[in-house]
Write a protein that binds this ligand. Structure first.
Ligand SMILES: [Zn+2]
Length: 193
């Protein structure tokens, strides 16, 4: 990767950055929080650097409900051309379109907790319908959890740690019912012939 270097003023402070292949300005030698954002002191309080540079360049003080979004999906970037404002909803939509949507119980509307999912994955002797009733979710949700299509991070952890997990007693799946049906209709046809 070929980096260029630069520096810019925010208020009266100069911030050094390097420029990556996407023309993202990556601030150096500053505190980066757990979410990957660079924290700086601006107008008397700690804030994220991309918010500070947006406010400084546009000569605005944004209300707290307005967020500064990264069009480049790089939380560390402070290139003003890569920034745009929007609501929390816009930001959430950005994350989904960039493949950073929340998963599992971080989704606010999730009914299941991680402990429930582990219980579903480790339970024995209960059918999909019985599990669905127990956890008040659709049978399809249980089916997807058991197939690793939902709560994949828990499923992967579980299957990693327990390679030979017990098989659950499950209702016959649709293809099996279909093939039985086909066999019956073949028999019927044979009788007719
Ligand atoms: Zn960028």
């Amino acid at each position: 990767m070929c980096y260029k270097e630069g520096g810019c003023f925010i208020g009266s402070v100069t911030y050094q950055f390097i420029v990556d292949d996407n023309d993202c300005w990556l601030c150096q030698n500053r505190h980066i929080d757990d979410n990957g954002y660079v924290q700086v002191y601006y107008l008397g309080k700690m804030t994220r650097i991309h918010r500070a540079i947006y406010e400084d360049r546009n000569k605005v003080i944004l209300p707290s409900y307005i967020q500064v979004r990264h069009l480049c999906d790089n939380p560390q970037c402070m290139n003003p051309d890569h920034l745009s404002i929007g609501t929390a909803h816009d930001n959430a939509m950005d994350k989904i379109s960039h493949g950073r949507q929340p998963y599992g119980e971080t989704i606010k509307t999730s009914i299941l907790r991680e402990s429930d999912v582990i219980e579903i994955l480790t339970s024995t002797g209960l059918s999909i319908m019985e599990l669905a009733n127990k956890f008040k979710v659709y049978p399809d949700t249980i089916r997807k959890i058991l197939n690793g299509k939902r709560w994949k991070h828990i499923y992967n952890k579980y299957t990693d740690s327990v390679p030979n997990k017990p098989k659950l007693k499950r209702a016959p799946n649709k293809p099996a019912i279909k093939s039985q049906h086909k066999m019956k209709s073949k028999e019927t046809n044979n009788k007719v012939v």
